[in-house]
Each structure stands twice: as C-alpha cells, then as structure tokens.
Ligand binder design. Structure first.
Ligand code: HEC
Length: 158
C-alpha cells in the first residue's frame, strides 16, 4: 500500500513535469502586457470586421452600427498603449507573440504609425454614419494604417 502510494506520487510528479515542459515549449503563460495588446488588437479586428462586412456588401449597411464600430476603433486608437510593448516581450524572446523586435528599435516610427491610425479612425468616426459610400471611402485609410504597421512590425503567420 505504501509502495503503491509512492509510485502514484512519482507518476503524478512525472505528469506534472511533462505538462510544465509542454507549457514551456508553447511559451507558457504569456505576460499580461502581451495578452493586453493582443486583446486590444482583437477588438480592432472585431470592429473593423463589422465595417468591412458592410463595405463589401456582405452585410446590409446600417448607419448606427457603422458609426458605433468606427467610434470604437477611434476610442481604441486613442488609448495609451505604451505599456503594452514591454521590453523582452518580442517574438524572438517569447513564443505566442508576433511582435517583431523591430518595434523596440524604432519607437518613433511605431508611434507615427499608431498616430496615423488615430487620425484615420477619428475621420471615419465622423463619416461612417453618412452612408455606404462615406464608409467605404473612410475605411480604406484605416485599413492602410493597420496594414502599414503589421507589414513593418508583425511577424507573418507561417
Ligand atoms: C502601431 C502598430 C499597429 C497598428 C497601427 C495596428 N496593429 Fe494590429 N498588431 C500589431 C502587432 C505588433 C501585432 C502582434 C501583437 C502580438 O502578437 O503580440 C498585431 C496583432 C494584431 C492582430 C492579432 C491579435 C491576436 O490575437 O494575436 C489583429 C487581429 C490585429 N492586429 C488587427 C489590427 C487592426 C484591425 C488594426 C487597425 C484598426 C491594427 N491591428 C493596427 C501592430 C499594429
């Protein structure tokens, strides 16, 4: 009985070590700063998805919904995001993030790309409720602002 207890305990230990190793190989628990920036980006993605669906005619244009999603994007772009980009949380240092080390080498360019998004989303927030054509015209520059930063600073998906 004693012996059995010992064996199952060491079996448990092995299982715990194995799952710890698995977690480590997947990057383990991501730092809160990484989770926060990914959550912020998910909110960007969700809101732009609402607008893109209307702009492409997949969903009927709805002035109120368009305006609300555009205002959400502008509010997100206006948030202070400086603490998201914690040193040591780049894609070379951690698994589970696609934030390239170049972000930390080019803070001024990153800030200017974030400012370009803030400008484009502020403009769209003012016009997205004015009809489908206004939405389509204003969404282009927003998509370009997202894309310019991803092209420079987001590790491509493999
Ligand atoms: C200033 C640079 C910058 C701008 C502007 C930007 N992004 Fe990102 N985005 C990133 C980086 C860097 C990542 C990778 C973050 C990570 O994995 O830690 C990312 C990741 C994402 C992701 C994946 C999130 C996840 O769960 O891993 C989505 C979706 C996204 N962005 C959407 C958008 C949209 C939509 C816009 C425009 C409205 C936008 N982003 C604007 C830099 C930017």
């Amino acid at each position: 009985m004693k012996n059995f207890g010992k064996i199952s305990l060491s079996a448990l230990t092995v299982a715990a070590l194995a799952s710890a190793a698995l977690a480590a190989s997947h990057g383990g628990e991501l730092p809160a700063s990484v989770k926060a920036r990914q959550a912020h980006m998910s909110l960007n993605g969700f809101n732009i998805g609402v607008l893109a669906g209307m702009a492409r005619g997949k969903v009927d244009y709805d002035a109120e919904a368009a305006s609300a999603a555009a205002k959400n994007l502008a509010a997100l772009a206006g948030m202070d995001q400086s603490r998201y980009w914690e040193p040591g949380t780049d894609s070379d240092s951690l698994a589970g993030t696609r934030a390239l080390p170049a972000i930390w080498a080019n803070p001024e360019d990153v800030a200017s790309k974030a400012a370009a998004l803030a400008d484009a989303t502020a403009a769209l927030a003012g016009t997205a409720g004015d009809g489908l054509e206004a939405l389509q015209a204003g969404l282009g520059p927003v998509g370009q602002a997202c894309g310019a930063c991803h092209k420079a600073y987001q590790l491509p998906k493999d």
